[in-house]
Ligand binder design. Structure first.
Ligand code: ADP
Ligand code: ZN
Length: 731
């Protein structure tokens, strides 16, 4: 669509605001006019709200009563590809445009005038005395030519205290000036070389960089076993993108923990990338948002929300660990950042690299169908070899009650301790025990607001609901029969494993890695660094440890309960278990010492367990794909979920039954409707949840039909409706 690029003062413009009124509003362009896409402040009732100039006004309102735009904000106007992205992503996920705009403007203070701060640049006199620290500061400033830095940036880059910089200011060797707060970021040095690549890495890197240089959309699946050098390889693609003058985005799950990655980027390009995640300060967010819009930030490393930043010229998106479930946002706007990355790139003419050791079936199938290019790295870098994997048949082990480490696993751990190597015991369960049972009356303590058991967290001395986060002090008597001292912990959690480890290996130094045990991302980072340095014999961890950390001395991974993910009827149970087990096993033997993974299981002949052990990934995927194809399930068919919730269960059910009777729009596209049925977790935070599932053939116009179908619902003040296109979880 061709839009005028500028609107003269008084001309009618249509404005999309962040307010949940689902239509565009007419305003008059302000004095001086405004650009198409400009971010603006407009009056709405008594308030001033954020909006964006979306196009010419509709003029269906008395001109004399139309109010003018209050002011145009100091930010780069929204670009055409971004606007198209918001429209298409909103259509795909059935999200109102106001909510899409909120995703795209998650930076505070966008409407504040630019404020000033002190910055530092090269001065023109010599200091009286040259020290190493002073020389480093001056070198940084020389290297970056005319650029200026904040005190902290400069001191960090030179590796000196801020006092050193202040000293240089006194001598006039460094100049202190006032400058707008939102400064451009230091340039990335793309002339630097990365590590010399092996032949297979170089071939993979060439495939990726060739794609980037084409300057057109395309997606490559980079499948490489853990430790094969995927990161080194895709950083070459990043370098090619930056060298071409375009911006790059690397998305990571658990970005707040990705210290090692940030260090690698800095080593590779001589400067830190822009970080974008919930742990970033408000001022830094605003700076990042604005500079990305002006093209003054080259490389962004971020969480899924970084997709909605206003890139001026995006040339590459890397989705690392592309199979990771945290890319799917499941509250507010339901979207899958991996899929949205592909959409965004296709509109921006950018390349996508999906990197993983264990790709999602979706991406594997897209590569299989030729929609994505695929590049494989099949061996680990250097002398590191893939761990050998074996099962421990728990039916044959002599287990004491209340113990979960089998004698076979215990002796393998003992052997590692004797050699000064690390072991990881993996159990994907936070807390002390998943169930607290009253031995007097049989009651299992449950959350008052949810249909979930409370989980004992012994470090906190509390019971916690993993569904809603509600917690209460650990009781001494049963809340149901009030008998004292009969509460018993049933089953293991990581905290309980720590107890068992202390009993079985009294002299070992242990560390528990579970997201809830650390007050801050920083504390967790420190714990991870300590383990990497080797000061721990046994690590006990949840799936947190599966994600990309390098522990060089770790040579044994013991999976406490490999069957855990196989229970339940989740569509992706097999896929998830396979991915998680292979990822966890991949933690072992990343340096010289070879690694071993031992899986405790009661069903060693289960096809998924066998596939994990043999590592025959292609066979596993083929089998999984065939099963899904036969059942018409994703990625060979399409699903949409509807979650109706209300404080009164009857309201949610009645709404579901009403919709079930009016399935016309869905049957018109040949789709099937299942439900209403109580959700597996039927109550969360006091709201009763009812689910419906729509199943359609691939290639049908699912969203339009779902929108029409749900549109028939009569609004009810107690009823909340959420649509989840391509649902990943079914709780
Ligand atoms: P992946 O992302 O596939 O798990 P990484 O890129 O993290 O693999 O590489 C694993 C380890 O091997 C890292 O410590 C990395 O620095 C090192 N490495 C990989 N390739 C090379 C190379 N060509 N030269 C030197 N070190 C390398
Ligand atoms: Zn709860």
């Amino acid at each position: 669509m061709d839009l005028p690029s500028h609107y003269a003062a008084g001309e009618l413009v249509s404005v999309l605001t962040t307010q949940p009124i689902d239509r565009f509003l007419d305003y008059k362009a302000p004095e001086g006019g405004c650009m198409q896409g400009a971010f603006v402040q407009v009056p709405l009732g008594p308030r001033q709200v954020l909006g964006v100039i979306w196009g010419p006004g509709k003029g269906d309102f008395d001109y004399s009563k139309v109010r003018p735009v209050t002011k145009v904000l100091d930010a780069a106007p929204m670009r055409e590809d971004m606007r198209e992205f918001l429209l298409r992503a909103g259509d795909y996920t059935l999200t109102p445009m106001s909510a899409m705009l909120r995703l795209a403007t998650r930076a505070p203070g966008l409407s504040d005038p630019p404020s000033m701060q002190k910055v530092y640049r090269l001065g023109d006199s010599e200091p009286d005395r040259m020290t190493d620290a002073r020389r480093r500061v001056l070198e940084v400033l020389e290297e970056y030519g005319g650029l200026s830095f904040t005190l902290k940036e400069l001191a960090d880059m030179a590796g000196v205290s801020s006092g050193v910089v202040k000293g240089l200011v006194q001598h006039g060797a460094v100049r202190e000036e006032q400058a707008p707060r939102d400064l451009p970021y230091p340039r990335m040095d793309t002339d630097r070389r990365g590590k010399p690549l092996t032949d297979s890495q170089a071939a993979a890197a060439a495939r990726l960089t060739d794609g980037v240089k084409e300057g057109r959309y395309g997606t490559t699946l980079l499948r490489g076993v853990t430790g094969s050098g995927k990161t080194e390889v895709y950083l070459e693609a990043v370098a090619a993108c930056l060298a071409a003058g375009r911006q790059a985005l690397v998305m990571l799950p658990e970005i707040a923990l990705s210290e090692q990655f940030l260090v690698r980027v800095e080593e590779r390009f001589g400067a830190k990338p822009v970080e974008w995640h919930s742990g970033v300060t408000m001022t830094e967010r605003r700076r990042a948002w604005k500079m990305i819009g002006h093209g003054e930030a080259q490389l962004v490393v971020g969480a899924r929300s970084a997709l909605f930043l206003p890139y001026r010229d995006l040339g590459l998106i890397v989705v690392d660990e592309e199979h990771d479930t945290s890319y799917k946002q499941e509250d507010g706007v339901h979207y899958n950042a991996r899929d949205m990355a592909v959409l965004r790139a296709s509109l921006a003419g950018a390349r996508v690299v999906l990197a993983s050791a264990t790709p999602s079936l979706e991406s594997w199938a897209n590569a299989d169908a030729g929609k994505y290019d695929r590049v494989d790295l099949d061996s680990r870098f250097g002398v590191a070899v893939l761990p050998t994997m074996q099962s421990i048949d728990m039916r044959a082990e002599r287990m004491e009650p209340g113990r979960w480490i089998s004698p076979s696993l215990a002796s393998a751990v003992q052997a590692r301790i004797a050699k000064g190597e690390q072991s990881l015991l993996f159990l994907n369960r936070r807390g002390y025990a998943p169930v607290t049972l009253c031995r007097a009356c049989g009651e299992q303590i449950a959350c008052d607001h949810c249909d979930a058991r409370m989980v004992e967290h012994r470090f906190l001395k509390r019971l916690v609901c993993h569904q809603c986060g509600e917690s209460r002090p650990m009781p001494t008597e049963c809340p149901s029969c009030h008998v004292e001292g009969k509460l018993a912990a049933i089953g293991p959690g990581v905290e309980r494993m720590a107890e068992e480890v202390a009993a079985v290996f009294p002299n070992a130094k242990t560390a528990v890695l579970s997201s809830d045990l650390f007050s801050s991302a920083r504390a967790l980072k420190e714990a991870i660094a300590e383990i990497a340095e080797g000061d721990v014999d046994i690590v006990i961890g949840t799936q947190l440890v599966a994600k990309g950390h390098n522990f060089p001395r770790l040579t044994l991974v013991g999976v406490i309960d490999a069957d855990l993910g196989l229970q339940g009827s989740d569509l992706r149970a097999a896929e998830r278990t396979f991915q998680l087990m292979r990822q966890v096993a991949g933690r072992a033997g990343r340096a010289e010492a070879p690694g071993e993974a031992l899986l405790q299981t009661h069903q060693p002949e289960h096809p998924v367990i066998r596939a994990i052990l043999t590592g025959d990934e292609e066979a596993f995927w083929q089998a999984e794909a065939e099963g899904r194809r036969a059942a018409g399930m994703p990625p060979y068919g399409r699903l949409a979920a509807l979650i109706l919730s209300a404080t009164d269960a009857q309201v949610a059910f009645a709404a579901g039954q009403d919709l079930a009777r009016r399935a016309g729009p869905l049957t018109a596209i040949g789709a099937q409707v299942f439900g209403p049925a109580p959700a597996p977790i039927a109550r969360v935070r006091g709201r009763h949840r009812v689910r419906m599932l729509v199943k359609a053939d691939k290639g049908t116009a699912l969203q339009g039909a779902v929108a029409q179908w749900v549109g028939q619902l009569r609004p009810h003040k107690d009823l909340r409706v959420a649509v989840d296109i391509d649902p990943q979880s079914f709780y």
